[in-house]
Ligand binder design. Structure first.
Ligand code: ASP
Length: 433
């Protein structure tokens, strides 16, 4: 426990040192040194986390489901979880829309800056044309169809297909309960043993987290700035206001929604909650990937906050794949910002359409870096804003990805402690009756 308490400070120091080193490297033309000799350690660290994410989701979910005394508990918890996830995402989009409409960051962009930005990022957009076209052609029910894999080995082989593995693990776990005999009991203890081993792997990987985070942040800064920190400064001078509006919206969402949930509906103080999940938040910020952060998120809520493993193993992987509040808020702000910058007016009906489409787009966004900006196309198209407009905001996407991913993970943790508290109350009530 003592080591765990210190871990978030160690990661924070790694993060700050990485930032200082990254800026130093950009100023003193050390970007190729950083790229060749520092950044690979960050990649190595993320690979380790990604490596265990899928086996962990499978083993912990099967173990969790198989430990439930009856299956109806699962549907009760499932309904509650999905309902709260949808609600928090709608709150996030609404907060985003209020902030962007009040502060109007798009109206402060001079037309020549807008043209410049579009011209400089057009090439990058062209590189993504195929993915953008695929996103545009998705039907409204596609996210539902995507839940059921045709082949479990294929699903396990790609981290972005996490929801498919969640589905299979649930199905598998339920059938494990429904077919109790000596053989299935052996399978159950095998998977339980696997789960224990993977949890140990997370512990060991976390020992190198501060170094991994140092390398990730230094690598990210040099990737954005290259050998010329001036590029970043000039980008921020044109898109700084927009960046601040997104970050302000995200902070408001954390304060108004998650803090209220945790403070009034769970057994934790805000300090306990935020101290407990700090390592996961810092990792989400450094990796820009909720999927890669998942093993650490699970460890934080179980070990530091005492959430029951059967709740954490169900609510967190589901949250990582469908509850991307930070992404939804960002998509709402970005859509209105692009419309403002292009001189388009979005009326109330259009803004309501954004609530619906940003909800769907965020559910469809994979929990990996830069996925949110691709799914943004769905929201833009729904209100008639040209999707080429994403060229306007691409320059600062990496920075915003870090902040929105940290928000996504915070949201998953807040809902997990909420569901855990509600389940505990129900169990206590049943016991008293
Ligand atoms: N990077 C985000 C996540 O992993 C998704 C996004 O691009 O918004 O949660």
């Amino acid at each position: 426990m003592k080591i765990k308490m210190q871990l978030h400070w160690q990661i924070l120091i790694g993060l700050l040192a990485g930032a200082v080193f990254g800026i130093f490297a950009a100023v003193y033309q050390l970007s190729s040194f950083t790229h060749d000799w520092i950044a690979p350690f960050g990649t190595l660290f993320v690979n380790l986390l990604k490596l265990i994410a899928m086996p962990l989701v499978f083993a912990s979910l099967v173990t969790g489901v198989a430990s439930l005394s009856d299956v109806s508990k699962l549907s009760r918890m499932g309904g509650k979880t999905i309902g709260i996830y949808m609600l928090t995402t709608i709150f996030a989009i609404t907060i985003g829309l209020v902030v962007v409409n009040m502060l109007q960051p798009g109206n402060s962009i001079p037309p020549e800056v807008s043209a410049d930005l579009q011209a400089s990022y057009q090439g990058e957009i062209e590189g993504r044309t195929e993915t953008i076209e695929q996103v545009k052609n998705r039907g409204p029910l596609q996210p539902m169809v995507d839940i059921v894999p045709q082949n479990i080995v294929a699903a396990l082989s790609e981290n972005i297909r996490m929801l498919q593995v969640v589905f299979f693990a649930l199905f598998f776990g339920v059938c494990l309960i429904l077919a109790p005999n000596e053989n299935t009991r052996n399978v159950k203890s095998l998977i339980q043993g696997m789960n224990d081993i993977i949890i140990k792997m997370v512990d060991l990987i976390m020992y190198v987290a501060p170094i991994g985070v140092f390398a990730l942040i230094a690598g990210t800064i040099t990737a954005i700035a290259g050998d010329n920190i001036q590029t970043v400064l000039s980008l921020l001078s044109s898109l700084g206001f927009y960046t601040l509006v997104v970050i302000l919206g995200l902070i408001l969402h954390v304060l108004l929604v998650y803090c209220t949930f945790v403070r009034f509906f769970t057994r934790f103080t805000l300090k306990e909650f935020f101290t407990g999940i700090a390592p996961a938040q810092l990792l989400a910020f450094s990796t820009s990937s909720s999927a890669a952060t998942l093993p650490v998120t699970m460890e934080c809520v179980e070990d530091n906050l005492g959430v029951k493993p059967e709740v954490a193993s169900f609510v967190l992987p589901l949250g990582a794949t469908i509850n991307l509040d930070g992404t939804a808020l960002y998509q709402a702000v970005a859509t209105v910002f692009i419309a403002q910058a292009l001189g388009m007016d979005l009326n109330l009906a259009a803004q309501l359409t954004i609530v619906l489409t940003a909800l769907l787009a965020s559910i469809g966004t994979a929990p990996v870096p830069a996925a949110g900006i691709i799914m943004l196309v769905i929201v833009l198209e729904s209100v008639g804003v040209p999707s080429s407009g994403i060229a306007l905001i691409l320059g600062v996407d990496r920075i915003l990805d870090m902040v929105r991913t940290a928000t996504n993970v915070t949201g998953d943790c807040a809902v997990t402690v909420l569901v855990d508290s509600a389940e505990r109350k129900l169990v206590a009530k049943e016991a008293a009756a």
